[in-house]
Write a protein that binds this ligand. Structure first.
Ligand SMILES: Cc1cc2nc3c(=O)[nH]c(=O)nc-3n(C[C@H](O)[C@H](O)[C@H](O)COP(=O)(O)O)c2cc1C
Length: 184
């Protein structure tokens, strides 16, 4: 797929079937993520993959966090089933380290770029998905069950699979409201 066409037509799709990317295609997706811009070469990334039955492990983690907040049984079961909405969920983590020239925000942005690059690589390969967060991404209980360190931050859950059908036309924004030519 032409690079500009890919950029101009990037879109999400929450309706995802099997198969998830695998083998060389999944490697290509990871390689795209690992080309994210990276100030000072800190490589502040981790991609935690849940596929097949392992998605239930993530479901249990989300359900435990929901229960810990005192939510009702319906909410807990909803959280447990959330990762089953796609055949693969990649939790993208910013592995933040102290650095005098690279603040936390830059490392989190780098991980976000990695997530976006992976979504776009997936789209180029005929897959698609959706970037989700929700409060789970910021919950210390979720972080701890995933084995994250205190300084780490989940930047998103990338749900990936094969689109059931291509859902809709992409939104095209007017350019002018978003651009300001300073001094003119
Ligand atoms: C940081 C971030 C977090 C997001 N979290 C969610 C989410 O939890 N649930 C959701 O439905 N969409 C979420 N979105 C939005 C979708 O990923 C998607 O961009 C949106 O549905 C618009 O669709 P489009 O990408 O096709 O334009 C999030 C986007 C970003 C950048």
């Amino acid at each position: 797929m032409d690079a500009l066409q890919l950029l101009l037509n990037r879109h999400s799709n929450p309706r995802l079937n099997e198969p998830a990317p695998a083998g060389e295609q999944l490697e290509t997706i990871f390689k795209a993520g690992l080309r994210a811009p990276d100030h000072a070469g800190l490589t502040p990334w981790e991609f935690i993959v849940f596929e097949g039955e392992q998605r239930q492990l993530l479901g249990d983690i989300l359900a435990n966090a929901t229960a810990a907040k005192g939510n009702d049984a319906e909410a807990i079961e909803g959280a447990r089933k959330a990762p089953l909405r796609a055949p693969m969920v990649i939790t993208v983590v910013a592995k933040v380290t102290e650095h005098d020239k690279v603040p936390r925000l830059e490392q989190e942005l780098s991980a976000g770029c990695a997530l976006l690059s992976m979504q776009m690589a997936a789209q180029a390969l005929g897959f698609n998905g959706i970037w989700r967060t929700g409060w789970f991404a910021f919950d210390r209980g979720v972080h701890s069950e995933l084995g994250l360190k205190e300084q780490d931050q989940i930047v998103g859950f990338l749900y990936l699979g094969t689109p059931q059908k291509d859902l809709r036309k992409v939104t095209e924004h007017e350019i002018a409201p978003f651009v300001r030519y300073f001094g003119q």
